[in-house]
Ligand binder design. Structure first.
Ligand SMILES: *[C@@H]1O[C@H](CO)[C@@H](O)[C@H](O)[C@H]1NC(C)=O
Ligand SMILES: *[C@@H]1O[C@H](CO)[C@@H](O)[C@H](O)[C@H]1NC(C)=O
Length: 374
């Protein structure tokens, strides 16, 4: 076939050459010019589309033209840096040592919302909160996988000498990271608390109808954004930066992803977060926000619903906290998980939405995880 095509072209160009033999050579178009032009146009079009799909390089903290470093940082084995913040009582006086994992569009400073000073002192809690890779002042992890944040937690704990076992606590997408700690570093844990942990609708342990019913209650824009993250993760950057169609609600800060109870906390939150809101996305949105969607809602290599109790002899406990008015994390699925894993202490709160830091809740969360010694 290819041979036939070639013959046709050379015959056509031969005729053209004959017809144009009298014309000025300057105007003569070489044979195959239209093919060449369309090829160039096609390559140009592809490059243009590709550029829209390709996230820009991150503005790395500490690089000559990058944002400046203000926090203490540790260097990980792979060369990346993690910025952290220590809260609560001094480490050497602490009864409990905790690593805190923040949510989407958040940073190390947000841990303080869950650590009322008085209760931290009463219970003897030292807590270290860190910027997850790509957020705040921590280097983006271009090779991020499902287990890499759990391994970052372990390295941070070791470099800060938290001992052979420590507690972990995470909120929202950070709560999802706690599932990965239970899977990949269970031998390092003294206890775990998952606060309104994000749920991946594609965890195979859910019956299809159960997760579909919950999924359809999300904002339509979130249903699309999560489908993109799950099925077409290479489109996530483009989807969440294009302006034709609303992208993921929490990324474009659409208040309607939150319940009425959540919205009541907005003024307090705005005031507290004002001084550091700017650093959250300063290195770029792809290796922070979009990566959270791709990892959190992608295909997991394990199912949290299959996990086994890491504390067989009651030497530690695992807690899930969930508001029944949460519009971001469906209570129906959280209940189902708790039902499947009877070793989990499930605390469902009547009334609150996703933001479980209204008066008294953080204290209750801490008191359950860190009982006061008698
Ligand atoms: C982490 O995940 C990667 C990719 O799936 C895998 O190659 C690696 O062995 C895992 N490491 C640990 C410690 O689980
Ligand atoms: C899902 O489907 C199964 C089987 O058809 C049914 O037993 C179950 O009650 C359904 N669950 C929900 C939440 O609709």
């Amino acid at each position: 076939m290819a041979v036939g095509v070639n013959r046709k072209i050379s015959a056509a160009s031969a005729r053209a050459h004959t017809r144009r033999s009298n014309q000025n050579t300057a105007f003569r178009l070489p044979p195959g010019i239209f093919k060449a032009i369309s090829a160039i146009l096609l390559v140009g079009l592809a490059a243009w589309a590709y550029q829209g799909l390709q996230p820009p390089a991150p503005k790395i903290c500490g690089a000559p033209d990058g944002p400046s470093i203000t926090a203490p940082r540790i260097q990980l084995k792979d060369g990346r840096y993690l910025a952290y913040k220590e809260l609560g009582v001094p480490k050497d006086e602490a009864k409990y040592k905790v690593v805190f994992v923040h949510a989407l569009d958040s940073c190390r400073h947000d841990a303080s919302l869950f650590l009322p000073e008085k209760t931290a002192e009463e219970l003897g809690i030292y807590l270290v909160s860190f910027d997850r890779a790509g957020y705040g002042e921590s280097t983006p992890n271009l090779k991020r996988t499902l287990n890499s944040t759990a391994l970052d937690v372990e390295e941070l704990a070791d470099q800060l000498d938290l001992g052979s076992k420590f507690h972990v606590m995470g909120f929202s997408i950070g709560g999802q990271v706690i599932w990965t700690c239970l899977k990949y570093i269970p031998h390092r844990l003294a206890g775990a608390t998952l606060i309104a942990p994000a749920i991946n609708y594609w965890w195979p342990g859910f019956s299809r109808n159960l997760s579909e019913v919950a999924y359809r209650q999300l904002l339509v824009q979130d249903q699309y954004a999560l489908r993109v993250a799950h099925y077409f993760s290479w489109l996530t950057y483009w989807w969440n930066t294009q302006k034709l169609w609303p992208s993921f609600g929490a990324i474009v800060r659409n208040p309607d992803v939150f319940s009425a109870a959540d919205k009541e906390l907005f003024p307090m939150l705005a005031k507290r977060r004002k001084s550091y809101l700017e650093i959250v996305r300063q290195q770029g949105e792809f290796h922070s926000l979009h990566s959270d969607l791709n990892i959190g809602f992608g295909k997991w290599e394990f199912d949290p619903l299959d996990l086994e109790n890491p504390f067989r002899n009651n030497e530690g406990s695992v807690h899930i906290w969930q508001g029944d008015g949460d519009l971001l994390v469906p209570v129906s699925l959280q209940r189902y998980i708790a039902g499947k894993l009877p070793w989990i202490n499930y605390h469902e709160l009547n009334g609150p939405g996703h933001l479980l830091y209204s008066d008294g809740i953080p204290d209750a969360i801490l008191k359950a995880a860190f009982p006061q010694e008698k």
